[in-house]
Design a protein around this ligand. Structure first.
Ligand SMILES: Cc1ncc(COP(=O)(O)O)c(C=O)c1O
Length: 377
């Protein structure tokens, strides 16, 4: 094969976006307001509209986006935040960074998202032990699919907790017509290049309908500023978005809905090819959900063999995630509900190339290689 197969082909997207993207970058440079310039304000407005919320607050990355919300809610030592055990480290990291305790919750075997029954168990456990105060729940829209908010929201409301949605992978997905990003007391996303809506560096945003929170977040992202830059009314951080990244995101946002459809078409082709194969578990969508397909992740009994067979044919794969956070060295001292599903799927999950520009011929090559490896029975 002449060109190597990409896991995520951002150069193909770059070519497709063409001259307008180059112009947008150039204008941002020539404009001279390189940090939080006018493109950032424009982006915040359009992102809020897209998510269906009142406010979007751009910041330096998705990790900060989660962290500044926890700071704004004054979550800290003695507080518990319920986080899935099967997610990227940033989800739990921010909880630990503000001095609070992540409490790990198991996920569902078929969607990879937070298991509401395990959340109930974890909340009960924390209340019984009486050492930590339950404050917030942080479901993750893993691999692009919104978590089961229909089941999670009533638990959060009954327990009088805050709901912070980690939409770093799922921003733009839908559940019952609600956008991931527009669900929860606040939601956070990442614009890391490989994300479904990514820039050419780091970036992130918070979404909320709460105008007081919006104001607080704008202060926190700028060193706790008051009415001007040199009045510091609280302890904040430096978490601003570069204008050049906003300019790139404005161009990418225009094509984002079409790209979600393109990703959906790729996922459908994989699903159709693999659904009837006994040794492959395809991703399951809950009713009323649309994924952004940040990853296309299957489960197979012999992952190492599949990865090696595909690698031999020049096809990249990735393992998200090999170890549950509840078992990671940096996190295993934090409380956790039993996490048998997270532990099991960490041994079987494998993600295949997924991006909007994956053409049918290349995808057929990938599908044939997977079927040849696992046996097409
Ligand atoms: C689930 C999840 N949460 C948070 C983050 C953090 O985003 P960032 O890399 O922009 O800090 C990521 C991105 O890698 C993620 O996948």
């Amino acid at each position: 094969m002449s060109n190597p197969i990409a896991f995520i082909d951002l150069q193909a997207q770059r070519r497709r976006l063409g001259e307008p993207l180059t112009r947008a970058i150039n204008d941002a440079v020539e404009g001279g307001q390189w940090v939080l310039g006018p493109q950032v304000a424009e982006l915040e407005k359009l992102l809020a509209e897209f998510a269906g919320v009142k406010h979007a607050i751009a910041c330096a990355n998705g990790t900060d986006a989660l962290m500044i919300v926890l700071r704004a809610w004054d979550i800290g030592p003695g507080d518990a935040v319920f986080v899935p055990a099967f997610t990227f480290a940033a989800s739990a990291e921010v909880v630990a960074l503000v001095g609070a305790s992540p409490v790990f919750v198991d996920v569902l075997e078929d969607t990879y998202n937070m298991d509401p029954a395990s959340l109930e168990a974890a909340i009960g456990q924390v209340k019984r032990e009486g050492k930590l105060k339950p404050r917030a729940v942080m479901p993750v829209d893993l691999f692009g699919q919104p978590a089961d908010y229909r089941a999670i929201e009533p638990i959060v409301a009954r327990e009088k907790l805050m709901l912070l949605c980690d939409a770093a992978q799922g921003f733009g997905g839908l559940l019952d017509g609600r956008r991931s990003g527009g669900i929860g007391d606040a939601a956070a996303t990442s614009f890391f290049p490989a994300k479904p809506l990514g820039c050419y560096g780091d970036g992130g945003a918070v979404f909320t309908n709460d105008s007081a929170l919006d104001e607080l977040l704008r202060s926190i992202r700028m060193h706790g500023q008051g009415i001007d830059k040199y009045e510091n009314v609280r302890i904040g951080v430096n978490s601003r978005l570069d204008t050049i990244q906003a300019a790139i995101l404005l161009e990418k946002l225009k094509v984002f809905p079409a790209e979600i459809d393109m990703r959906e078409a790729v996922a459908r082709r994989y699903n159709e090819a693999f659904r009837s194969i006994n040794s492959i578990r395809v991703p399951h969508m809950i009713a009323g959900a649309q994924s952004t397909w940040a990853q296309y992740t299957i489960q197979v009994p012999d992952r190492a063999k599949l990865a090696a067979d595909l690698k031999a044919k020049g096809i990249p794969t990735a393992v998200y995630y090999p170890i549950p956070l509840s078992k990671q060295k940096g996190y295993k001292h934090y409380p956790a509900a039993p996490t048998p599903v997270s532990e099991r799927i960490c041994d079987t999950v494998i993600s295949l190339p997924m991006h909007p520009d994956l053409d049918a011929a290349t995808q057929t090559t990938i599908i044939d290689a997977v079927l040849a490896s696992v046996g097409s029975a």
